[in-house]
Design a binder for this molecule. Structure first.
Ligand code: ZN
Length: 199
């Protein structure tokens, strides 16, 4: 391979999860040879999103606003805060129509194998959000994977120590299950049957 810009593109594509050197090369050649219009659209879309998207000051999801539409929507129950791993999980909870409270999006999970510990989770922001004096119950809706369970366990202990009622969505979600792939009926049931975490 020759050309600094080509190798630069291949290297840049490797920031995507699951993209190794061979796939990155294939994608780079595809964009340059078969879809230059698409490549231009992709580069503009990335630049636009980078310039426009930020984290919601309340729930931490990605939004173009300082406070996202969901957090500023009237009529939601501010006394209950649902903690999820990703914005996709938040959308899944919304689709159940079983939940009318507010959210906090971790944008990750505790994953020791990937070197992600509790320090990386923005815990201070979650604690500030959960102890605003309005929130009474925190529902932990992290995935039923090892990492999601470890995250729920850790957050449960910290939040309980602040005097909050903490619950965990029920095991209607299968072991090893990621919320993203659970049908909304199952997720709604898991929410309704959530269990308070006892000390
Ligand atoms: Zn928000």
């Amino acid at each position: 391979m020759s050309g600094g810009s080509l190798s630069g593109l291949v290297e840049a594509l490797r920031v995507l999860p699951g993209i190794g050197p061979k796939t990155a090369q294939r994608l780079a050649y595809h964009l340059l040879q078969h879809d230059r219009v698409g490549a231009d659209r992709l580069s503009r879309a990335i630049a636009d999103a980078l310039a426009m998207m930020r984290h919601c000051a309340r729930c931490n999801t990605l939004t173009e606003l300082d406070v996202c539409e969901r957090c500023s929507a009237p009529g939601r129950d501010a006394s209950i805060l649902c903690v999820v791993e990703t914005p996709v999980d938040m959308n899944m909870m919304e689709q159940t129509l079983a939940y009318q409270g507010l959210y906090y999006v971790l944008m990750g999970r505790i994953s020791p194998l990937d070197g992600v510990g509790s320090r990386h989770l923005g815990l201070d922001q979650l604690l500030a959000r959960a102890t605003d004096g309005v929130v009474k119950e925190v529902v932990l809706a992290t995935n039923y994977t090892n990492e999601g369970e470890a995250t729920a366990h850790y957050l449960g202990a910290v939040l309980r120590s602040k005097g909050l009622c903490v619950s965990r969505i029920a095991r209607g979600v299968p072991v090893g299950g990621e919320l993203e792939y659970v049908d909304s009926g199952t997720l709604a049931q898991a929410f309704r049957e959530r269990k308070t975490i006892e000390p």
